[in-house]
Design a protein around this ligand. Structure first.
Ligand SMILES: *Cc1c(COP(=O)(O)O)cnc(C)c1O
Length: 367
């Protein structure tokens, strides 16, 4: 009995949600402030509150959020910023585009940056640590913050995948000097297009971020520093405002799905091993599997769509591999084993059981 289990389903099928979002769009059509309309500030206030930060600045994408955060902190040529080896390439690109050098640390078995590796990579040129809360699970932040204090470094969180996640009851985005979110349609808290957000507690950074997101201008005319246009659309802000009310329910549903997988897949593949300190939002449910590529092909033949996020480590990308500095032995091992299986909130219990049964069948058939 075969079925199709898509990795994602971005259609808006829930009638109530659809009407809600259409009403939000209609409001923007009515007031006509398509750029920097009132919804932008409303959203910024709510997101800041949600993350327990003083300020939030809406931007055009998670990539912009990272780039503008690093610009706001004035990093550039000669500075080294330590980040992880396993992330979406936007993380390294944002560092490199400021002129600074990304240095790539290894990861632990939970796929997040290894604080011990960070410690080994710190030099006199190191200015900041940029941890990524990968798959929606928060990094070992107490240890990372301790390292940063000890070496007088800033911490910028790439929380693109982790909106709503918690560690020891602290929200993603509440640890670093600045934190960055993506609200692109694949993310757990998603717009209907590109969007991102930067949060901080510092008024001077808040001011700089506001200038930098609009060509480095103050009062829209006086340019204090060259930059590009990275403002969030009013329409996306309006949609996100409505979706913010639902985000806890979406996360709860993802938890439920993850817990089903946890028990159905135990002993068959490595599951994301949740710790009691973690409230993971499961941006992806990433398993670690023997014969990963064969498993992926087999699942494909069963109608189960999977993804490898991400198949090429950042330090091994053609854009970065030459003269790269870092250490990534464990990442190289794990990147051959990771597989993201469908875990979005629209899936039903039968879908999850079907996917788990296919995985069981693969390892049984091919013993
Ligand atoms: C999605 C993502 C980004 C980039 O966000 P966009 O909104 O797509 O530009 C950056 N870092 C990580 C870890 C991401 O997952």
């Amino acid at each position: 009995m075969s079925r199709k289990v898509p990795f994602l389903d971005l259609r808006i099928t829930d009638e109530r949600e659809r009407n809600d979002l259409l009403a939000a769009v209609e409001t923007v059509f009515q007031h006509g402030r398509l750029v920097m309309g009132p919804e932008v500030e409303q959203l910024e206030k709510k997101v800041a509150e949600f993350c327990r930060r003083r300020f939030a600045v809406g931007v055009n994408s998670g990539t912009d959020a990272l780039f503008l955060a690093l610009k706001a902190l004035r990093y550039g040529r000669g500075d080294e910023i330590i980040t992880t080896s396993l992330s979406w390439i936007a993380t390294a690109n944002a560092i490199a585009l400021t002129g600074a050098t990304p240095v790539f640390a290894d990861i632990r078995d939970d796929l997040n940056i290894d604080p011990a590796s960070i410690a080994r990579l710190i030099t006199s040129r190191t200015r900041a640590i940029l941890p990524v809360h990968y798959t929606g699970k928060i990094c070992e932040m107490p240890e990372i913050m301790r390292l940063a204090r000890q070496h007088n470094l800033s911490v910028i969180e790439d929380a693109a995948q982790a909106f709503g996640a918690r560690l020891d009851d602290n929200a993603a985005g509440s640890f670093g000097q600045i934190a960055c979110f993506s609200m692109n349609p694949m993310k757990v808290f998603a717009a209907c297009g590109e969007a991102g957000m930067v949060v901080t507690d510092e008024p001077d950074l808040y001011e700089r971020l506001q200038a930098l997101r609009y060509n480095g201008t103050v009062n829209r005319e006086v340019c204090i520093e060259s930059c590009l246009n990275g403002r969030i659309d009013t329409l996306q802000a309006a949609i996100l405002l409505r979706r913010l009310d639902r985000v806890e329910a979406v996360i709860a549903r993802r938890w439920e799905i993850a817990s089903w997988y946890d028990s159905l897949l135990e002993g068959i593949v490595q599951t994301p091993h949740p710790s009691p300190r973690q409230e993971d939002v499961y941006y992806t449910y990433t398993i670690q599997a023997d014969r990963r590529d064969e498993l992926k092909a087999y699942l494909e033949s069963c109608g189960v769509e999977t993804k490898i996020q991400h198949p090429i480590l950042m330090p091994q990308q053609p854009a970065y591999e030459k003269g790269v500095r870092g250490e990534f032995a464990n990442a190289q091992r794990l990147v051959k084993r990771i597989l993201c299986i469908p875990a979005h909130e629209k899936l039903r219990r039968e879908d999850i059981e079907y996917v788990a049964n296919c995985i069981h069948a693969f390892y049984q058939d091919q013993k």
